[in-house]
Structure formats: structure tokens, C-alpha cells
Design a protein around this ligand. Structure first.
Ligand SMILES: Nc1ncnc2c1ncn2[C@@H]1O[C@H](COP(=O)(O)OP(=O)(O)O)[C@@H](O)[C@H]1O
Ligand SMILES: [Mg+2]
Length: 410
């Protein structure tokens, strides 16, 4: 059934995203959202029965078409240098003139992310574990349960797993609003497991030289073959694998095609003694190419959402663990803060508390200049001042988009 209000919300989110991305000169994702907005605009105008609204929607749709064709031609109407083609990915110096690849790049460009190395040295995989574990994660009980069942139990106890299932290991997609702990969960999983793992960010793979990104993906999966048990975590999946339809760049398509091929090989190479897990994370699951979440690929979806009351209590207490005096002899309690932070991500919560501590600190510095040496605790007024000047990074609309994705509507 056509739900006008939901479509209207999705339309305004798409417009906002497009504008934001184009302002950041992210032409590829910006174009995707403009096309999405055009499609939603068309659906809205076709279903609108009020003539005035309908004609204004049609006029808006025409403007969007105009913007889309400019963006497709490499022009960014949202930037001041309008008309100047957006930066095109230069051809790799290794193609076709020479074949030396990454070594040929200027030293400055060989970032640590661009880790393709010679010999047997590992470029992506690490064997030492990070110090965080699942115990350090606040709340997210359902996420932890799924991770224990799908990732940790099979790697720690493969025989038991094979007694019940044909194959252990899995492909998991973690999705949810930014700052709610997806990357943190990945690090904690690596901390829990005694196995080789790779945490791969989009910037580790993306390369301004055409043809380099697929090579890096191949290298990553080649490396994984050295291990019986291993975990690969792909962060910011959307930055790497936006829908193929939304991108007219052939090298973006090459990256996805290479990834899909490697992914099939990765799962197929499992044997009875090995557990191979791949986890992807994204803040924008709806822009992922549908081939990525089809069939057995990334078939377990886990929503990593806003911290609930229990999680916020854990985080607030942890933030004041070493500074208990900051919440003593004052008009605000841990419970008050937990309530005030309802609707904020874990990352926002951390930053809000930092700002409150800074206000209290500046007061303490002023006091000490006047000879008062006592600790100046955080007050309710500090909390209200900070909250008033803080823009919540998570909107109601974006939460609705996640709900729609979970229901399979987008
Ligand atoms: N559930 C949580 N428990 C503990 N810390 C959290 C949690 N969610 C977010 N954080 C804090 O916020 C920071 C940013 O979270 P991150 O994992 O990068 O979010 P995401 O990957 O979902 O965008 C983390 O490094 C951590 O300090
Ligand atoms: Mg992250």
C-alpha cells in the first residue's frame, strides 16, 4: 500500500543526504541520492490528488533532473567552483606505461592504509589482539548474543558447531546509526578471539589510481588463505559498495565484482577445521548494492541501535569512574544524565560529557585564580547549556529509515 507520509519523509531524507554529500563533493553517493529523490518525487506526484501540491512536486522533480544531469556530467552545482569538473580518478601510473604498481607512487602517497607489500609480510591481517572485549561494550545485549552465537562460539568450538550445522562461519551485516558502536563491537570481537583478523576501512581499499582497489581486495583475500580460522571486518561498507545502478563509474563496479568473486571463494574454502567469518558494517544499508545482501551473502543482519537506559548508565558511570567527585555535592545525578542522554548515540554521549567536564574545569580554573582550591562539580546548568548547543547526530527520520530497511521496505 502507498503510504504518502512515509514516502514524503524518505523524499526529504534523500534530498538532505544528496545536498550534504554534494557539499562534501561526494559526487557518486550524491548522485545516488538525487536519483533516489527523483524516483520518490515521481511516486509522490503520481499519487498526489491536490493539484497545487502536485504541480509544485513536478516542478521540483524537473529541477532535480537538471541537477542529476549536471552531476552525471561531473559538475557540482553545490560548490562554488560550479562548472569545474569534479576530480576524476587519474589513471594509475602503472597502466599502461609500466607495471610496477604501488611502488611507483610518490612516497607521500604510500599511506599506511595502502599497505600492499611484497613477500610474505601481512598487509591486512593482524595476529595480536586488541585490549577491548565484549565486556567493554555498553548494552547491545542482543548484538552480543548474536555475535557469541554466530562468531565466537564457532571459532572457539568448531567440533560442537559441526555436530549441528553443515558449515560454521558466517557473513554478518551490522547496520545502524553512526556512533552507536559498530566499529567498537568489531574491535571487541577481535579482542575476544584468538585468531587472525583484519579490520578493513574503506580508505584502506579505495585508491585514486584506477585498478588498484580490486588488487587490494584480491590481496586481502589471498592473505586470508594462510589461516584456518579468521575474521575479516569491513567497515564503512557503503563507501565501497554503493549500488551499481547508482554509480556510472566502471572502476566502482570492478571493485564490487572483485569483492563478490573473492567472497564466494572465501566461504567455499571452509573445511571442517576452519571457521571463516566476515562482518560488514554500514550507517547506510539501503544504498548497498543488492548483490551484496542477496542469497547467502551477508545473510545475518544485526541492528546496532541507540543505547538504551542500561547502556547509557554503563557509559555515564564509566565516564566518571576516575572522576567521581565531579558528580558529588551538586544538583545533578547519574540518573538525571542518563535520562537527558536518551536519543543520543554512544559517541555523542561521550562528547557531551567531555564538554560538561570542560565547563566545570574552566570554572575550577577561575576559582583557583581567586584562591578557591575545591573541585567544581558539574551542575545541572552545565548539562543544560551543553545540550542546548549540541546538534544530535541522529535524526528521527534516519531512525525511521533503519526501521524501513529492517522491514524490507527500502
Ligand atoms: N555501546 C557502546 N558501548 C561503549 N562505547 C560505545 C558504545 N557505542 C559507542 N561507543 C563509543 O563511541 C565511539 C564511537 O563508536 P563507533 O563504534 O565508532 O560507532 P559506529 O561504528 O557505529 O559509527 C566508540 O569508540 C565508543 O567509545
Ligand atoms: Mg564505525
Amino acid at each position: 500500500m502507498f503510504n504518502y507520509e512515509i514516502k514524503k519523509q524518505s523524499y526529504s531524507v534523500a534530498l538532505q543526504q544528496a545536498k550534504q554529500l554534494l557539499l562534501q563533493n561526494d559526487m557518486q553517493n550524491g548522485l545516488y541520492y538525487i536519483n533516489r529523490a527523483i524516483q520518490l518525487n515521481f511516486e509522490l506526484s503520481s499519487n498526489c490528488i491536490i493539484p497545487e501540491i502536485r504541480s509544485s512536486l513536478i516542478a521540483e522533480g524537473q529541477k532535480l533532473q537538471d541537477i542529476a544531469s549536471k552531476v552525471s556530467a561531473g559538475q557540482n552545482p553545490f560548490l562554488r567552483n560550479y562548472g569545474v569538473p569534479a576530480q576524476q580518478a587519474p589513471q594509475s601510473p602503472s597502466m599502461p606505461q609500466n607495471t610496477q604498481g604501488a611502488e611507483n607512487k610518490p612516497i607521500k602517497e604510500q599511506s599506511s592504509a595502502n599497505k600492499v607489500q611484497d613477500g610474505n609480510e601481512l598487509a591486512f591481517f593482524k595476529k595480536e589482539s586488541p585490549s577491548v572485549t565484549l565486556e567493554d561494550i555498553a548494552g547491545l545485549d542482543e548484538v552480543k548474543k548474536q555475535i557469541r552465537l554466530n562468531v565466537i562460539a564457532p571459532i572457539k568450538n568448531p567440533e560442537l558447531f559441526y555436530a549441528y550445522k553443515e558449515e560454521a562461519g558466517c557473513q554478518i551485516l551490522m547496520y545502524g546509526p553512526p556512533g552507536c558502536g559498530k566499529s567498537f563491537v568489531a574491535e571487541a570481537i577481535a579482542g575476544e578471539l584468538q585468531c587472525a583478523y583484519a579490520i578493513v576501512n574503506a580508505s584502506d581499499i579505495l585508491d585514486k589510481y584506477v585498478g588498484e582497489a580490486p588488487k587490494k581486495i584480491t590481496k586481502l583475500f589471498e592473505e586470508s588463505k594462510q589461516f584456518d580460522n579468521c575474521l575479516i571486518f569491513f567497515d564503512e561498507l557503503d563507501a565501497l559498495f554503493a549500488s551499481r545502478e547508482s554509480s556510472d563509474s566502471s572502476h566502482t563496479k570492478d571493485v564490487l565484482t572483485t569483492f563478490l568473486t573473492c567472497l564466494s571463494g572465501f566461504s567455499a574454502s571452509k573445511n571442517k577445521d576452519s571457521v571463516r567469518v566476515i562482518i560488514g558494517a554500514t550507517n547506510r544499508p539501503w544504498i548497498l548494492d543488492s548483490a551484496l545482501i542477496r542469497g547467502k551473502r551477508f545473510d545475518t543482519h544485526i541492528y546496532v541501535g541507540l543505547p538504551d537506559e542500561k547502556a547509557r548508565t554503563f557509559m555515564v558511570k564509566r565516564a566518571f569512574r576516575k572522576h567521581g567527585a565531579l558528580l558529588e555535592n551538586t544538583d545533578i545525578t547519574v540518573e538525571d544524565l542518563v535520562e537527558m542522554f536518551d536519543g543520543y548515540s554512544g559517541a555523542d554521549l561521550t562528547s557531551l560529557i567531555d564538554k560538561m567536564k570542560s565547563l566545570a574545569l574552566s570554572r575550577a580554573i577561575e576559582n583557583s585564580a581567586q584562591g578557591i582550591t575545591e573541585i567544581s562539580p558539574i551542575t545541572k546548568e552545565d548539562a543544560l547549556t551543553v545540550l542546548k548547543g549540541f546538534r544530535n547526530s541522529i535524526t528521527k527520520e534516519s531512525l525511521e529509515m533503519f526501521e524501513s530497511f529492517a522491514k524490507g521496505e527500502i
